[in-house]
Design a protein around this ligand. Sequence first.
Ligand code: SAM
Length: 259
Amino acid sequence: MVAMIGIEDLMNGAETDSDRLVDTDTMIHFLKVIRLCTKEKETMKYDPKAMQNYNSTQEGFAEHYNATPPWDIGKPQAPFFTVSDQIKSPVLDVGCGTGSTSIFFASKGHDVTGIDFVEKAIQCAREKAAKQDLSVRFQIKDAMTLVNWDERFYSVIDSGLFHIYVGKEQKREQRRYVQGLAHVLKPGGRLFLLSFTDEAPEGGVSEQELSDIFADGWELESIQQVIGEINPTFLAEHPKAFPAGGPKMWFAIIRHIGN
Ligand SMILES: C[S@@+](CC[C@H](N)C(=O)[O-])C[C@H]1O[C@@H](n2cnc3c(N)ncnc32)[C@H](O)[C@@H]1O
């Protein structure tokens, strides 16, 4: 007859042995409960794919800013330091989050605008800039509205926004976003893009997809694979959310030739 195996034991991969055999009905019951528990666990875990649906994206990101967002490392991602002498003002940081990259370029003397559609992120960015006595225009703004904007920039920074809109269901948003980038970038201006590769568990783009997306009116000047840095507090709380060492990303410099 039945020697009870705890649900936790089963979920943790405990094997049954002859002393702990369960009858079929009990096993089916356990399996149903396990499925429920696993489902509950899945909805609770970090799941960036769940945000890859435009309608829920804003909500999903707003929620992230109530905790420690994985991308919020308090400084620019490494590739932006290496190209800092190639950045020309005016600079737009799209999806600027809490503003670390915008603030870094402002500290280098650039004229910087940072936009994000999460109010909390923008408030935090404004506070950080004020503490450092730096002037950055931080605005709550949806990147999907760039197509209607009158502002023009010579450099656009995209540190982790583009890859949110690369899934099959986001083709419309992706087109709109790329049209918006072309609209706000002066001819000859450049996009500095950091995006997950298609090998990242969150889903991203292949090199071919990236060059196809920027085929018309753009020139892909350089592309290299880099490793994204993740906030250590987030990593301690979610050790399995990203591959060991960090997610694979593309860092591309893309020149806007003209509309
Ligand atoms: C992965 S985070 C990167 C944040 C920041 N660039 C950084 O490197 O720390 C992506 C950011 O893009 C913002 N975002 C996503 N979709 C957006 C949209 N349509 N318009 C404006 N901001 C958006 C999110 O709120 C989030 O702050």
